[in-house]
Write a protein of this length. Structure first.
Length: 307
């Protein structure tokens, strides 16, 4: 019998491995995958487990089942007030921000020499809007002796309102700040407006349609996918609002501006009830997921896709 000689396999070099289809792509996204697993996926899994425990950070967590959720829904009266304040904030801030962003985008859609400058200026608040410095400045503007009251007195309206000291006005100072941060949505609307075929407007003009009719019959329907995208993003951002309430009002007066995230932070790190804070976080995930699911299920009734 003839012996079969085995041919030794040549070891592939690093360059050959990188040239293998698909390998280079995985190598380049490896930092993101590691970061995602270490700083997002793993913390989420741990927080879900902690939501069923009594955990004060200093001691080992103790499993208590659904006790945190029971306390949250039935025993913590402050929880529902905080949830209502957050829903009120989202209900008004998100639509107003989208409306403002769309109006400014309509003004800037026509190209000019200063278009780039105007877009950068309007986008700037979105970059610095959530910073601590802007929150402190906003707090001073709406103080009793602040700029807002001074401007009102300048135009002949005697006004010394404590905007941040009244429950009916304090929340609206935070809503106005949110509306002011419309830059990112504006740029997305600008991109969507530029994708609308000019031929549609030309045909509508020939048929005698005026500007208002062209807006409601062409612009708005063709822009609904962009509106839907912005709505999802701003809805999530609305529930995640934190700096405005924590720095400007600290939830005062009488918890009328105490956002859900601030109360969750207080429970976790001020009252040392991290397990309860994790339970609150997962309830927020459920609410945001539910609202997003409803929007996706109803998009066929109002979102127009050309395909």
């Amino acid at each position: 019998m003839s012996k079969q000689t085995s041919v030794p396999r040549k070891k592939k070099s690093l360059g050959q491995i990188m040239n293998t289809p698909g390998v280079a792509g995985y190598v380049f996204i490896l930092p993101f995958i590691i970061g995602f697993l270490a700083f997002l996926a793993l913390p989420m899994i741990l927080s879900f487990g902690f939501s069923f425990t009594r955990y004060n950070i200093l001691e080992s967590p103790v499993f208590i089942g659904l006790e945190n959720y029971k306390t949250m829904f039935f025993d913590d009266s402050k929880f529902w007030k905080v949830f209502g304040v957050t829903m009120y904030y989202v209900l008004f801030s998100v639509p107003l921000r989208l409306i403002m962003a769309l109006l400014v985008a309509l003004l800037l859609v026509k190209s000019s020499k200063l278009s780039g400058f105007y877009r950068a200026v309007y986008y700037l608040p979105s970059i610095i809007g959530s910073s601590v410095a802007v929150a402190i400045l906003w707090k001073r503007m709406f103080a009793s002796d602040g700029v807002i009251n001074a401007l009102l007195q300048t135009i002949g309206i005697p006004c010394e309102i404590a905007w941040l000291g009244r429950a009916d006005t304090a929340i609206w100072t935070l809503i106005i700040l949110a509306v002011w941060q419309f830059g990112s949505s504006m740029l997305i609307f600008l991109s969507g407006l530029k994708q609308i075929p000019v031929s549609l407007y030309e045909a509508a003009t020939v048929d005698g349609a005026n500007g208002i009719q062209r807006f409601f019959k062409i612009t708005l329907p063709m822009l609904t996918p962009t509106i839907f995208f912005n709505l999802i993003n701003q809805l999530i951002n609305g529930f995640m609002a934190f700096t405005q309430s924590y720095i400007i009002t600290q939830g005062k007066p009488r918890d009328s501006t105490l956002f859900y995230t601030v109360y969750m932070y207080q429970n976790s790190f001020t009252y040392n009830k991290l397990g309860y804070g994790c339970a609150m976080a997962w309830f927020m995930v459920f609410i945001v997921g539910l609202l997003t699911f409803v929007l996706f299920k109803t998009q066929n009734k109002w979102v127009y896709y050309e395909s």
